[in-house]
Write a protein that binds this ligand. Structure first.
Ligand SMILES: *[C@@H]1O[C@H](CO)[C@@H](O)[C@H](O)[C@H]1NC(C)=O
Ligand SMILES: CC(=O)N[C@H]1CO[C@H](CO)[C@@H](O)[C@@H]1O
Length: 237
């Protein structure tokens, strides 16, 4: 009975997330003031449904909420110390407020996707939309919920424009081939000789742990309702 009840609650919390809008952070070259069109769109961006509590790792959590006139989104950072859980009740620090069409110089102290931090800082054009928005010709790493992996079911996405350098010890860039496949290119030094390797990095609709608003009961259910991850290239390459 308890399981059935929490399944219902879980389904409801998903339904409320899916009906909401998205806030998108489109990455621009630092100093461009988010102007200059496609040639200044560069780096790592993010798309999140508003009215959601999200996490990648259950350590660093964010909550997003939309103003009643749908022009502003506030987000706060939450952390439960070393205890992994999805929890958005006591924010650390002040909420950040961003408006549709605004160009912001940083996301605040923390990146939403700690696994994928760009080497170079970006400015971000904030947009609020009914569907997730990505820059064209980007690699998109999206998490969705539902049957299959529809664009409408996305509960979080990070994306990167072609040849974005990632902040790791190795020289690492992500790029899209002409066949729309994602690659990571690693460059390093071996026996004094520099060398690079390309590794394909495509995932289509893989099962993934749920990571949106849920009680600990729901977390314990694992993945009963179909959360998926897709990493792929988009745009007319
Ligand atoms: C991405 O960049 C790489 C390296 O410069 C290039 O070979 C490739 O064609 C680019 N992909 C697209 C879709 O432009
Ligand atoms: C450090 C910290 O605040 N830990 C809390 C995380 O959440 C659990 C469950 O609510 C609490 O018991 C911990 O005290």
């Amino acid at each position: 009975m308890k399981i059935i009840l929490s399944l219902i609650v879980f389904a409801l919390s998903i339904a409320s997330v899916l009906s909401s809008s998205y806030v998108n952070f489109i990455p621009y070259e630092k100093g461009s003031n988010c102007k200059g069109g496609n040639s200044n769109i560069r780096g790592v961006g993010y798309t999140v449904p508003v009215e959601s509590c999200i996490t990648f790792d259950f350590f660093r959590n964010w909550k997003f909420s939309l103003s009643s006139d749908s022009t502003t989104v506030k987000y706060s950072y939450f952390s439960n110390g070393t205890n992994p859980q999805l929890e958005c009740s006591e924010p650390l620090g002040d909420a950040v407020s961003v408006s549709n069409g605004e160009c912001i110089e940083s996301l605040g102290e923390h990146y939403f996707d700690g696994y994928f931090v760009p080497k170079k800082a970006n400015s971000y054009l904030v947009t609020i939309s009914d569907e997730p928005m990505y820059s064209e010709f980007s690699w998109v790493n999206s998490f969705s919920h539902g049957d299959g992996c529809s664009n409408k079911d996305i509960v979080f996405a990070s994306f990167a424009t072609n040849y974005t350098a990632i902040d790791t010890e190795d020289q690492e860039v992500v790029f899209c081939s002409q066949y729309k496949q994602t690659y990571f290119r690693y460059c390093s030094v071996y026996n004094g000789m520099p060398y690079c390797t390309n590794e394909i990095f495509n995932y289509v609709c893989l099962t993934e742990q749920p990571f949106l608003d849920s009680s600990s009961d729901e977390e314990n259910l694992g993945n009963p309702l179909g959360f998926y991850k897709t990493s792929t290239c988009i745009g007319d390459l």
